[in-house]
Design a protein around this ligand. Structure first.
Ligand SMILES: *[C@@H]1O[C@H](CO)[C@@H](O)[C@H](O)[C@H]1NC(C)=O
Ligand SMILES: *[C@@H]1O[C@H](CO)[C@@H](O)[C@H](O)[C@H]1NC(C)=O
Ligand SMILES: *[C@@H]1O[C@H](CO)[C@@H](O)[C@H](O)[C@H]1NC(C)=O
Ligand SMILES: *[C@@H]1O[C@H](CO)[C@@H](O)[C@H](O)[C@H]1NC(C)=O
Ligand SMILES: *[C@@H]1O[C@H](CO)[C@@H](O)[C@H](O)[C@H]1NC(C)=O
Ligand SMILES: *[C@@H]1O[C@H](CO)[C@@H](O)[C@H](O)[C@H]1NC(C)=O
Ligand SMILES: *[C@@H]1O[C@H](CO)[C@@H](O)[C@H](O)[C@H]1NC(C)=O
Length: 473
């Protein structure tokens, strides 16, 4: 059900959270919101198990702390692949490994082991014949491109020449993508008023403020597009082509401290809504119009344990309890599910029969679930078995009580799911999810990732300013 054609928008799932929800609950949120692609920062076993048989595509991560050992030892790398990838494939659809997080800018000291680590991990995939299925890359910050504007003259910081060269060579040889973390929020807030906020939020710019690259005369409707293009031009400056850029992180914080006035729920909703619409239109940035910009929103859940300014704890689309911080439609259909999170509570497969009976009795008794419909002769009596009846009663209890603290546990016999038990068991009309899929599939045309060669113009230094100001120069 989650096989989409064309460009996609996924989410990052960080776990620096005091009251971390269960992996099953996180997966229920993903399904309820039609999210078909996720990136994890590690290879957490509970998450990878919960993601199995969901069709959701997964990028697993090698944390920076593990990089040194992997980059020094092929056998450590092989063990990592065994434990964290081979054990889960194919039921969990792991399609890529993100090696480290912004290694060059975050911990430059370990940069020398980055490429060896990628090679060792790749060799282990080759040995398991998984290299066509699982791709390896390494997310980088925009900070390794010191002057991203205008895009046509952007170049990687030359201090990193040799590492970047080897990185690009690796990506081209293995048919992998360049992973870019692109944050217009920081480009805007650190730009000290050079750029209008409309440009950062994908809103249309007044004609006097159009942002134009003076070399290519491309108009940039958004800073997001300009950052992706700056990356394409930086790659082209090394004479590499055919390396697609995917955005592994982007987003906007919904709340910040007194000195972070742009971190508001309104701006976050606007940024992410417009981002989804922009990505799902399947076009690339101006220099690469045919390469769609697959993108992962940072991030699914607010991470309240993270250190730093208030905004750092508020990048999530959801609070850790699953309530939405602001409404967002991941399918770009305009039909957001708002605050009504479609999560259901059902009896687990293979649950102990006595415990299940006790749970059913409790739900219909003290729990005050309305069990009328599962009595003999009533519409939900069939199928007449303990598991179906318990699922009905558990869910009725959970829907009424979970806002008041009621849990989906029933002595370990219950679990949350995105599938409505009343719809599955009783074969009613198409479910909400099927209807949404249909809308989604119709809206997303098949995308064809043909690659255009990049022809670099003579490099010139130009000030990158809104046209309004450019004219006065
Ligand atoms: C996993 O994802 C790939 C890439 O989209 C897709 O081609 C494949 O069918 C998926 N496999 C499963 C088992 O869902
Ligand atoms: C390039 O990277 C080096 C090493 O991290 C840093 O010292 C230098 O300031 C960077 N250059 C620019 C222009 O950002
Ligand atoms: C890095 O590469 C650029 C472009 O090829 C070149 O101009 C520069 O001298 C190189 N810098 C170093 C430190 O090798
Ligand atoms: C890369 O793609 C080319 C062309 O599609 C293909 O021939 C080659 O086998 C691929 N190599 C890898 C390692 O995926
Ligand atoms: C898709 O988005 C790009 C960038 O904003 C824009 O230039 C293009 O016109 C859009 N295409 C469609 C079909 O809406
Ligand atoms: C219980 O559910 C039945 C239908 O299944 C409904 O007719 C009845 O009104 C409900 N009772 C209460 C108290 O909500
Ligand atoms: C979830 O957490 C948020 C923030 O703490 C709170 O405002 C909201 O009421 C909570 N929702 C539920 C259903 O408990």
């Amino acid at each position: 059900m989650l096989n989409y054609a064309g460009a996609f928008v996924g989410v990052n799932i960080g776990s620096d959270i005091y009251d971390l929800p269960s992996a099953a609950y996180v997966v229920a949120i993903l399904k309820a919101h039609q999210i078909g692609h996720v990136r994890l920062y590690n290879a957490n076993a509970h998450m990878l198990e919960a993601l199995s048989n969901t069709g959701i595509e997964v990028i697993v991560g090698v944390p920076n702390e593990q990089l040194l050992r992997i980059g020094r030892s092929p056998s450590v790398a092989a063990a990592w692949i065994n434990n964290n990838v081979i054990s889960y494939i194919p039921s969990t659809n792991i399609t890529a490994i993100a090696v480290g997080s912004q290694v060059l800018t975050t911990i430059p000291k370990i940069a020398p082991v980055l490429i060896p680590a990628m090679n060792y991990l790749h060799n282990a995939l080759v040995a398991a014949n998984l290299n066509f299925r699982v791709k390896i890359s390494a997310p980088q910050s925009m900070d390794i491109i010191p002057r991203p504007f205008p895009p046509s003259t952007a170049a990687f910081n030359s201090s990193w020449n040799s590492t970047i060269y080897q990185l690009l060579q690796f990506l081209r040889n293995t048919n992998s993508s360049y992973m870019l973390n692109a944050y217009p929020y920081y480009g805007y807030t650190k730009g000290d008023g050079i750029f209008p906020i409309e440009y950062a939020l994908f809103r249309s710019l007044p004609s006097v403020k159009q942002i134009v690259d003076p070399n290519t005369l491309f108009h940039y409707n958004s800073m997001f597009d300009a950052m992706v293009d700056a990356t394409y031009y930086s790659i082209a400056a090394f004479n590499f082509d055919n390396i697609p850029v995917i955005v592994t992180e982007t987003g906007w914080p919904s709340f910040g401290g007194a000195d972070e006035p742009d971190a508001t729920a309104e701006n976050a909703e606007s940024y992410n809504t417009n981002l989804i619409r922009r990505v799902l239109n399947d076009s690339g940035p101006p220099s690469q119009p045919k390469i769609a910009i697959n993108t992962y929103i940072y991030e699914l859940l607010n991470e309240d344990k993270r250190d730093g300014p208030t905004s750092v704890k508020n990048w999530g689309v959801f609070y850790s309890n699953g309530s939405t911080v602001y409404p967002l439609s991941f399918s770009g259909s305009g039909q957001s599910t708002g605050n009504s999170l479609a999560v259901f509570c059902v009896a687990k497969d293979g649950a102990d029969t006595d415990k299940l009976q006790a749970g059913l009795n409790w739900a219909c008794g003290q729990g005050q679930a309305n069990c009328t419909a599962i009595q003999a002769g009533r519409p939900c009596f069939l199928p007449n078995n303990l598991k179906s009846h318990a699922s009905y009663a558990y869910n009725d209890y959970y829907q009424k009580m979970h806002n008041a603290g009621g849990t989906c546990d029933f002595d370990g016999t219950a679990m949350v799911t995105a599938e409505d038990p009343t719809q599955i068991s009783f074969q009613f009309v198409p479910t909400f999810f099927q209807v949404m899929d249909h809308v989604y599939m119709q809206e997303v045309p098949t995308h064809q990732a043909a690659l255009d060669g990049v022809h670099l113009r003579q490099k010139q230094l130009h000030l990158w300013v809104p046209l309004e100001q450019a004219q006065t120069f």
